[in-house]
Design a protein around this ligand. Structure first.
Ligand SMILES: *Cc1c(COP(=O)(O)O)cnc(C)c1O
Length: 370
């Protein structure tokens, strides 16, 4: 296996050699090649979100990690007299609450258990009781556990109640079918280093143009001004501030490779296949899933620590790392769990290799499994 490490994480992910090679040539930010690349990426993002400019949608790219994109939307779309409700069932929902507080945005968290989906009926009732709420934010794949929230149903509730809907689809976009129109979202976010399989460097928002237009003059920061960013990209094809040039070149290559693979349906089925091999192998070793299988998505899976008190996650992590497999700790408030991602340039044989390494560890360390 050499020194090549495989990342079984929620991102950054394992990327192809050709995606990394797309970063070998320097490119100027005012270069025609670069400007065309940005244009191609923005068009392609709309296309894979199943919407068009003509239908009133826009794609905006924001430098930084995924959180910068979420913060750009939160701090630009919600006006001084507005009020945000965040549907929380994991760390990423909590992060949006924190973000709103930093910006002094009135925010109401609507809390669900970390092991349960956001319930649209509960959201409907909560919104009926909270007429001052103007915006609702929801995570699609809550990467904390890997559960999938029913964004289409929640979107329908928001639409009926006349509230603006913001979706963090960071870890799911590109890895499963998402139709921007069917979510009824005004803003839907993801980033370069998740299921499109690019390298880190930027986030992007697919926006309903009308909602984007209403952000004008509302931004609380200069660098994360979503409307300002869009204006720059639209008018001059330029970023206002230094763009992540090479990350964008890699992303263009990653989008082309997504097409070669067969588009999102093919990628989704590869990830689902990874997950079923992983689930079966882990169950055979005696590991228990944290979530009920009916709500566990195929993006990332969470497993409970074995009950054996001798199990030490740090030691387990280091042992797997030493043989080239990088997994991910859990951040659950109530349970001790770790996570294994099914996404990125990861194939069935890689999953089997990981299962083998985990099995060897369990035997060598004599971990009692259940
Ligand atoms: C990865 C991720 C983010 C963004 O995290 P960054 O570390 O800022 O890239 C936000 N929300 C979800 C659900 C994620 O999975």
């Amino acid at each position: 296996m050499g020194d090549r490490k495989l990342l079984f994480t929620p991102g950054p992910l394992t990327t192809s050699r050709t995606v990394k090679e797309a970063m070998l040539e320097d490119v100027g930010s005012r270069d025609r090649l670069f400007i065309d690349t940005v244009k191609e990426i923005r068009q392609e993002l709309l296309r894979i979100g199943h919407v068009t400019k003509e239908e009133g949608y826009e794609a905006v790219i924001i430098q930084g990690s995924g959180t910068f994109g979420v913060e750009s939307v939160i701090s630009s779309a919600i006006g001084r007299d507005d009020h945000l409700m965040v549907l929380v069932n994991g760390a990423y929902g909590e992060r949006i609450v924190k973000m709103a507080k930093v910006h002094g945005i009135p925010v109401t968290p609507l809390l669900f258990g970390e092991n349960e989906r956001v319930d649209p009926v509960v959201v409907d009732r909560a919104l009926s009781d909270a007429k001052d709420v103007t915006h609702v934010a929801c995570i699609h794949c809550e990467t904390t556990t890997g559960l999938i929230n029913p964004i289409e149903e929640v979107g329908a509730v928001c639409k009926n109640q006349g509230r603006s809907f913001i979706v963090d689809a960071m870890s799911s976009f590109g890895g499963m079918h998402i139709h921007m129109g069917e979510t009824r979202a005004d803003f839907l976010l993801s980033s370069s280093n998740k299921c499109i399989e690019g390298v880190p460097g930027f986030a992007f928002a697919i926006c309903r143009k009308e909602a984007l237009g209403s952000c004008k003059g509302k931004a609380r920061t200069l660098s994360l001004d979503l409307f300002g960013q869009w204006e720059g990209l639209e008018n001059a094809g330029q970023f206002r501030f230094t763009p992540p040039t090479l990350s964008l070149m890699a992303f263009r290559q990653a989008l082309r490779e997504l097409e070669v693979e067969g588009g999102i349906p093919a990628r989704e089925s590869r990830y689902r296949n990874n997950k079923s091999i992983l689930d079966k192998g882990m169950a055979e070793l005696g590991f228990k899933a944290y979530l009920d299988p009916s709500i566990q998505g195929h993006i990332i899976s969470s497993f409970l620590y074995p009950e054996d008190p001798a199990f030490d996650f740090e030691h387990f992590y280091d042992a797997l790392n030493a043989v080239g497999f990088v997994i991910y700790p859990g951040k659950l408030s109530k349970a001790s769990a770790f996570r294994i991602g099914n996404i990125g340039q990861i194939f069935p044989d890689d999953i089997r290799g990981l299962i083998r390494a985990i099995g060897e560890y369990v035997r060598k360390e004599n971990i009692r499994m259940g």
